[in-house]
Design a protein around this ligand. Sequence first.
Ligand code: NAD
Ligand code: SSN
Length: 495
Amino acid sequence: MADILLQKLNDPSLLVPSGLVNEEERKDAAGKTFPVIEPSSGKVLTWCADLSKKDLIAALDSAQAGSAKLFESTTAKQRGLILKEFCRLILLNADDWEINYAASFVSWFAEEAPRAYGDVIPSSYSNTEVFTFKKPVGVCGIITPWDFPAAMITRKIAPALAAGCSVVIKPPRETPFSALASCKLAITAGVPPDCIHVIPTTSHEVSSELAINEKVQKLSFTGSTGVGKMLTCLAADTMKRVSMELGGNAPFIVFENADLAKAVAGAMICKFRSSGQTCVCANRILVHRNVKDRFIESLVKEIEALKLVRGVDLETTQGPLVNAAAVKKVESHVQDALSKGGVLHTRGKAPTHLDGFFYEPTVISEVTPAMEVAHDETFGPLAAIFTFDSDEEALQLANSTKYGLAGYFFSENIGRVMSVARKLQCGMVGVNTGLISAAESPFGGVKESGLGREGSKYGLHEYKKHQMCHNWEFANLAKMSNVTFGILEQTLASL
Ligand SMILES: NC(=O)c1ccc[n+]([C@@H]2O[C@H](COP(=O)([O-])OP(=O)(O)OC[C@H]3O[C@@H](n4cnc5c(N)ncnc54)[C@H](O)[C@@H]3O)[C@@H](O)[C@H]2O)c1
Ligand SMILES: O=CCCC(=O)O
């Protein structure tokens, strides 16, 4: 544990280099491990146990027993109180972790837990009422990406536990430790150990088992569209419920009458948050021809002030990318755009003075639909600027993608605000803002960006199933049949 980052931890017991199954730190039987790389140095941070299918099955067996007990033995209010304590513990350890955003989901679903209302529906049969109850779906398989190592997990496990489900988490190999620390804190807060498990693994076969195994009732996946589609097909075989939070290709439109200072500030947060590595990052910036030059000039000024170094340095305003492949992808989008007529305004290369996986924040204009960046999310710090002349052209460009996660636009015209917001084919729209993520807002996509919503009141429903109940208050079976036949006869007679 030579890395300075690990030596600085306030609570080193939260760094768990193994799996967690039923509270036990679990190693691979053959001692298999994988390295976790620190992106700003490119060196090994530390090693983590690489678990097998056998370990996953043990977790699923335990989770099945846990899920059967949890809903029966706790009230929604009690589960909410456990989540409140979980949130308190997360925030107590915030210095050791990527955190406030992650904690906000736990806090939100602690409050939502008791609000899983059913319905009472007037019946068309006499002496009868129809109820619906909300029950937990059962064991949930959770597969997450590396870009928000804690928040992508809490956004799923908080509603799952609030609903009364158990979870088996397969974290990404790049960032397994946030999942493991979360799981430890959840158990300390009172989540029963058989209701939360973490299986770090480099094996896609083990990961895919969460989509295949019949003990899993719901698969909640966040990651790329290709992997999401493949897992959805696997999950269909056992008719699992699925939530799919997938890739995006967000348009960011600056109309002619936009407040340009607001639009530049919005583009900075939207494009360069997390060094361009979020699914809701602007991928295509569309700017009206009449304001393009002024917009680019201000954007370049802001970008050139960014300080590119290791994330833990307090002065850092732009960190590294996750790995060498991510740098290569940005490089390829930049080179492709430049080779097809794109104009470079600033930077445009990987820095040579830094170790690790950095790429300089870059601006290219004169981008066209013929370029790779038009169709593929860069997931890195490239601001790719298209030019348009009319609202129709802007909308046509914005919607010409198979993705539909986030979209943004800047305009001071209220009429245009309503009409463009409706016409953008996205699950989420930011109007005059580049930051739309929050625990209370329903997060999710349309088209090939996925299925389902996370966060908000809708996030809880993803982990609940309706059970409908017809309640014959007074009737015995014979009377019921008469009533039913009576209604049928009347109906037939009236035809
Ligand atoms: N919509 C959202 O909320 C959201 C949020 C964050 C990231 N994302 C998307 O995630 C992607 C970046 O994350 P990533 O590179 O980790 O995505 P990824 O799809 O490569 O991996 C996501 C998870 O799936 C696992 N996985 C990968 N290949 C697999 C396979 N063949 N079988 C089983 N499991 C497999 C990974 O180990 C990881 O845990 C981007 O496309 C981004 O847009 C979407
Ligand atoms: O990367 C995707 C998630 C981003 C967010 O929640 O803001």
